[in-house]
Design a protein around this ligand. Structure first.
Ligand code: G3P
Length: 227
């Protein structure tokens, strides 16, 4: 399973990228708003992320509300850089825009997916990536991981050749909050987990790793002092 980072913060992306294990970035309007960015800076900011990511896929979300608006904005976003993936919501307008843009060779990440039927509709509309949300189910005391399991199984049952620009559909586990979400997503065979920077750091941390490092350092200091 690949790791994407779920953020629009350039410093977080740069730091996560420096670890050497980052495979992409996803953003959304809320994440952009959190950077304090202005409306006029949205597209230049997406371009900066795309350039920072040197070819890795970067999802930039359309905020249009009609199919025509999403197609127009999607074309503009996709033209910013070859690694921009246009993110669209799974709704009537989103599906129509997905089909039109996919037919033009634009990669689409279909977002706000909360069920297997939504995921199947998105894949049939030409989505290259499908983003089922996990954490928001947990927020309402439902089981996000079992919903993800349905999506992974249903999409995995079929061959998507000819449906979209790359002849394949990848599942991006989204709305990830914890390292356990990451483990469960990988156990299910999800292709990607998009993880906020804070949760990504938690994935790396383990108290036994910290304790092991401290004891190795202390023992090595003794060796050096005796030399
Ligand atoms: O980018 C979409 C998704 O990952 C948002 O997550 O935490 O706002 O539910 P969250």
């Amino acid at each position: 399973m690949k790791f994407f980072i779920d953020t629009a913060d350039l410093n977080e992306i740069a730091e996560a990228k420096s670890w050497g294990c980052l495979a992409g970035v996803t953003t959304n309007p809320s994440l952009y708003a959190r950077t304090g960015g202005k409306l006029a800076d949205f597209e230049p900011h997406m371009l900066k992320i795309a350039e920072l990511c040197c070819g890795l896929p970067v999802s930039a979300e359309s905020t249009a509300t009609t199919a025509e608006g999403m197609i127009e904005e999607g074309r503009r976003l996709a033209a910013l850089a070859p690694n921009i993936v246009v993110k669209l919501p799974v709704c009537e307008a989103g599906l129509a825009a997905c089909r039109a843009l996919a037919d033009e060779g634009v990669r689409i990440n279909m977002t706000l997916v909360f069920s297997a039927p939504q995921a199947l509709l998105a894949a049939n509309a030409g989505a290259r990536y499908i983003s089922p949300f996990v954490g928001r189910f947990d927020d309402i005391a439902e089981d996000g991981i079992s919903q993800l399991a349905d999506v992974v199984a249903c999409i995995g049952n079929y061959d998507w050749t000819g449906k979209n620009v790359d002849d394949q559909v990848e599942i991006i586990t989204a709305s990830v909050r914890t390292p356990n979400h990451v483990t469960q997503a990988a156990l299910l065979g999800a292709d990607i987990a998009t993880v906020p920077f804070g949760a990504l750091k938690k994935c790396l941390k383990h108290p036994l790793t910290d304790a092991g490092l401290a004891s190795f350092e202390a023992d090595w200091k003794k060796v050096v002092e005796q030399a």
